[in-house]
Design a protein around this ligand. Structure first.
Ligand code: OGA
Ligand code: MN
Length: 287
């Protein structure tokens, strides 16, 4: 039987006693989903998974996205977006600069992702044995709940503009990305979502803005809008809302893209290798 061990932070729990390479019975899968909704980030240590097994487990959550950057997916597996610093035959095997700003995956789409299922194949290790390349997760429900009532009232019903292009070109400065193609641009027009989003499964309220992709409060073009957005962004990622994941090879971690946002810590470089693979579960229109 599986066991849930909460991290002690505002979010995050380890699930112990599950082998994800096996087909799980419905009761076990339902218990995982319940823990995922409750803790917003859940992880399993010590998993040995083929790409097929990673995809099969992920599919039980719903249909999978094919990333807009097809050239950064695992060859033969368009469902697996690769995040890595490794270069093979002169070509990066994955995205080298994913997640350098706080964000939630696919928030710039009309139907943002329900969750991302991230598998650690290679983790960089410091000389003293510590893992490098941690990922930070911030609870968007804890952030919402901690807002002053006056702010909650002020932002109720507001929408924010989310822009893939904004995030892409800012990241690009740090990583030398090619310009977006017309096809990529066509797939990612700017989109408005509620600033406060209701979680489609738990009904919890989530503060759904992030520094990576949220470019403005809709209809507030002046300095007031900018100040409000910056206040919300700063509020959302305070230490008290954060769980920091220290990766080990064989971790499989699931994060909720409605109730959390995340940030990569780029504190390593080659020859220390990092190879991670992400399956991305399709979500629904925010409300
Ligand atoms: C991602 C991402 C962060 C990391 O894959 O969506 O943001 O630590 N990754 O690699
Ligand atoms: Mn991400």
């Amino acid at each position: 039987m599986l066991r849930i061990e909460p991290s002690g932070a505002a979010l995050g729990a380890e699930i112990v006693g599950v082998d994800l390479s096996k087909t799980l019975d419905d009761a076990t899968f339902d218990a995982i989903v319940a823990a995922y909704h409750e803790h917003e980030v859940v992880f399993f240590r010590g998993q040995t998974l083929t790409p097929e097994q990673h995809i099969a487990f992920s599919r039980r959550f719903g249909e999978l996205e094919l990333h807009v950057r097809a050239d950064r997916c695992r060859p033969g597996y368009p469902e697996l977006f690769v995040v890595s610093n490794v270069i093979e035959n002169g070509k990066p095997i994955g995205s080298q600069d994913a997640g350098l700003f706080w964000h939630s995956d696919l928030c710039y789409m009309a139907e943002p992702s329900r969750g991302s299922i991230f598998y650690a194949r290679e983790v960089p290790i410091a000389d003293d044995g510590r893992p490098l390349g941690d990922t930070l997760f911030a609870s968007a429900t804890a952030a919402y709940n901690a807002l002053p009532d006056s702010t909650k009232q002020r932002i109720a019903g507001l929408k924010a503009v989310n822009s893939y292009e904004k995030g892409y070109y800012r990241d690009r400065k740090s990583g030398g990305r090619p310009p977006l193609t017309e096809e990529q641009k066509r797939r990612t027009p700017d989109i408005e979502h509620p600033v406060v989003r209701t979680h489609p499964f738990t009904g919890r309220q989530c503060l759904f803005v992030n520094e990576g992709y949220t470019s403005a409060i809709a209809g507030m073009d002046g300095p007031d809008g900018e100040t409000l957005l910056n206040t919300l962004l700063e509020h959302a990622t305070q230490q008290r809302f954060i769980y920091r994941h220290r990766w080990r090879v064989g971790d499989l971690l699931i994060w909720d893209n409605c109730s959390t946002q995340h940030l990569a810590v780029p504190d390593y470089e080659l020859p220390r290798r990092r190879v991670m693979e992400r399956a991305t579960v399709r979500g629904s229109r925010p409300f």
